[in-house]
Design a protein around this ligand. Sequence first.
Ligand code: WT7
Length: 646
Amino acid sequence: MSDQTTYPVPAAWAKRTRIDEAAAAKLYGRSLADPGTYWLEQARRLDWIKRPEIAGDWSFDKADFHIRWFADGKLNASANCVDRHARTHPDRVAIIWEPDDPAEPPRRYTYAQLRDEVCRFANVLKAAGAKKGDRVTLYLPMIPEAAFALLACARIGAIHSVVFAGFSPEALAGRIQDCDSSIVVTADEGRRGGKRVPLKANVDAAAAHAPSLKRVIVVKATGADVPMQAGRDDWYRDLAEGVPTTCTPEPMGAEDPLFILYTSGSTGKPKGVLHSTGGYLLWAAVTHELVFDYRPGQVYWCAADIGWVTGHSYIVYGPLANGATTLMYEGVPNWPDASRIWQVVDRHKVEILYTAPTALRALMKEGDGHVQATSRASLKLLGTVGEPINPEAWRWYHEIVGGGRCPIVDTWWQTETGGALISPLPGATPLKPGSATKPLPGVDPQIVDSEGIVQQGAASGNLVIARSWPGQMRTVWGDHQRFFETYFSTFPGKYTTGDGARRDEDGYYWITGRVDDVINVSGHRMGTAEVESALVLHPQVAEAAVVGMPHDVKGQGIYAYVTLNANETGDETLRKALKDWVRREIGPIATPDAIQFAPGLPKTRSGKIMRRILRKIAEGEVDALGDTSTLADPAVVDDLVANRVG
Ligand code: WT7
């Protein structure tokens, strides 16, 4: 896995950088030595209604558990992302929107236009009854209205909860109910890679299981004919007619919630990760500028979806807080063909491109010709996120895509962290392919063994963060106890990331992947428990156990062991039916890649499934199963090995 080559900062970068290696080390040292001063200084980059005088105020200890940043400050996130730039640079392009179909023209919104759109949207939400603290669910395709809606919620102090448009009606209903949201904003349909996604129909189906839902606001995106329920559903266009394009931003406490975003855990249903207004916004802004060395005027493209945290922090909040020009792409990387990303880069003269290793691996398979057919001369910096990048994909990105001249920032972070925590700074950090390199200012990572003993120097173990940072999540919506138990009880006094990592002799971090029952499919988190619950809902299934398996494009695939009810037999038809079933229950990203019918699962005498064994079999490492003598019935293992799907 590890690649010995180190790539120094390119000469052109060394010349123009604002922060070189020595300055980066100094900045980092200062951020940890005097965090209060450092963070209050950083906070000045935001426009505060009341500037804070306190920075971090937190304790990870059970008895006194609390996390607060800038608690005496007041601000509004939408005013920071929109109004202040509309005042100073009204004609600067804030959002470039590139549609799914390359034959359609792109759209551009200046900061002045963005201000009008956000205000209009905010007034529509207000008229629909949304108030400060209310939860508004957004189930939208990658259209400009998605960004307007986020910022409109922020403007009136409503808490947005974005549900990725690839999730099923069931998954949507669960997320609407969990945060007791009464308004959903959606579109008639979404478009991705030339295909239509029936978003409004999904909302209709979800509504049956979501009694809290009272109003549905529908953006006309494709013009599809969708049924509208009188008294509940309205077209955004109708509601927006004649609505003023001014709306005073709601003064928010820095600790007031900005948004909820659901993410998978190792157990139970998805958690509503809650982020605050001040700390989150500052983290998104600071890291966007540092990691991407962002300079005004540059066209920046984060090719994620707003349905994930990457889209929140690095399409909307971070770039817009910095007055950047952010590109939003409606489609997928490989449609109409594998040149699409590079064509978009050329069309809009993108200088900074941020994407996921899974997309790179998929495009790499299509051959270099699709890349070489384009210029990409505008590119200066490349970024990746979501999973460890294999050195082969790293080198392809570096050589073929970036022509060897663009540094790659491999950013390690999580939904919970709000923004990047470990990442190179492009003008300062020599790169090692596959390593996220070093912690950003304010981040204090440690490697601990299973007993929680802190390891010094070169070491492997569990990655924890020893102190709070402003962008840290504040709670699990509706379950503060679960927040503490999940992240702070395993290694008391520290934030547990759930990732394993190695630190090398140069202090570089190499993320080795999740140490819990979370699978990382194409850079998206899937809890094994969620897929298992979906499978056992099927009438022919008695029991299911799900683990990750290596997958050459997705990073990890989903491998499901399924025990059928007595008298049922597993065949190809049932396999396909079960895959479709999970796809319908959760969404396409949860579709199992392999299903093995298993007469029995390996269990201890107390009935606990030994996942370690299931993982090894799924990985094909059948000679490394370890001790199976503690199993209630060791013979089941022979059957599992013999009938492995692969
Ligand atoms: C998990 C978090 C960060 C936004 C997208 C995913 C893995 C993320 C990297 C990276 C190695 C990475 C970790 C982490 N991960 N970035 N650069 N190198 N692994 O957010 O869905 O909350 O998933 O993604 O395992 O825990 P998420």
